[in-house]
Design a protein around this ligand. Structure first.
Ligand code: FAD
Length: 225
């Protein structure tokens, strides 16, 4: 899987601070002058207080390539976002276009079974296309492990929510991998907005019924990103 940050709001932290300042000041936007320390204080205040609408002005667009349809199906459940996904109505599925979970790759017998199934599936798909069946119908034989490319745009408010759910060890491994890469990239360009981002336990109590027993390590990992 390859995650690339395609575009992002320029001076993201600064824009969030300006949006917050508009709420608390009589000043015109042209006269707003904030030093770095004050900006950071303001962003931390809105993030902590839940005044998250100011974060909606900050937007990130990512490309995710080589991610399975298993994971993109979970990704697109996040509704406060925009998506453009590679279409299998128009692009052909190749034998190499499948994600192999590590648990299968690590098990010789499982890998053999998986590969045999994919060989047969892709052969059937290609035969159907050769017979004149449209790709949009031939693809019905394809399993969910098929890889795909997707462009996703989320604002910072939604990203914080997304990271909370999908960076958690309880999330499925592939969407978690994507979410962690996305967070790393977001932190580079908006270090204050995302400084406490990650699963819920990074800043606060774990909401799970049975929390995992390595929360200090998880916190340290996300702080270090
Ligand atoms: C570990 C895990 C397991 C899951 N298991 C399943 C499963 O078994 N089956 C399944 O179907 N799904 C499952 N999901 C998906 C989950 O239920 C959500 O659909 C998905 O995480 C999107 O989150 P969301 O709805 O909070 O967020 P988004 O769509 O990203 O929305 C963000 C927030 O906006 C608000 N919002 C958005 N739309 C509405 C609305 N229509 N009404 C009110 N408020 C709204 C909510 O506050 C929401 O939290 C799972 C998710 C996780 C993380």
């Amino acid at each position: 899987m390859k995650v690339v940050l395609v575009r992002h709001t320029y001076n993201a932290d600064q824009l969030a601070a300006i949006a917050a300042k508009v709420c608390y000041s009589n000043q015109s936007i042209e006269d707003m002058d904030m030093d770095e320390q004050y900006r950071e204080k303001l962003i931390r205040r809105v993030v902590k207080s839940g005044h998250h609408s100011v974060l909606e002005h900050v937007v990130f667009t990512y490309s995710i390539e080589g991610i399975s349809r298993v994971a993109t199906h979970q990704l697109v459940r996040h509704r406060i976002a925009s998506y453009s996904q590679q279409s299998h109505r128009y692009t052909a599925i190749k034998r190499e276009s499948f994600v192999i979970p590590q648990s299968i790759a690590d098990n010789e017998e499982a890998q053999k079974l998986y590969n045999e199934m994919l060989d047969k599936t892709v052969e059937t798909y290609e035969k159907l296309v050769e017979m004149g069946i449209k790709k949009e119908d031939a693809r019905f034989v394809i399993p969910q492990g098929v890889a795909s490319n997707i462009l996703v745009t989320m604002n910072a408010r939604e990203l914080i929510h997304f990271f909370r759910l999908r960076c958690c060890v309880r999330a499925q491994w592939e969407i978690r991998e994507a979410a962690i890469e996305m967070l790393k990239l977001a932190k580079k360009h908006a270090p204050v907005i995302f400084e406490d981002s990650g699963p819920a336990c990074v800043k606060g109590r774990c909401p799970e019924e049975n929390p995992c027993d390595n929360i200090p390590e998880i916190r340290a990992f996300f702080k270090s990103l």
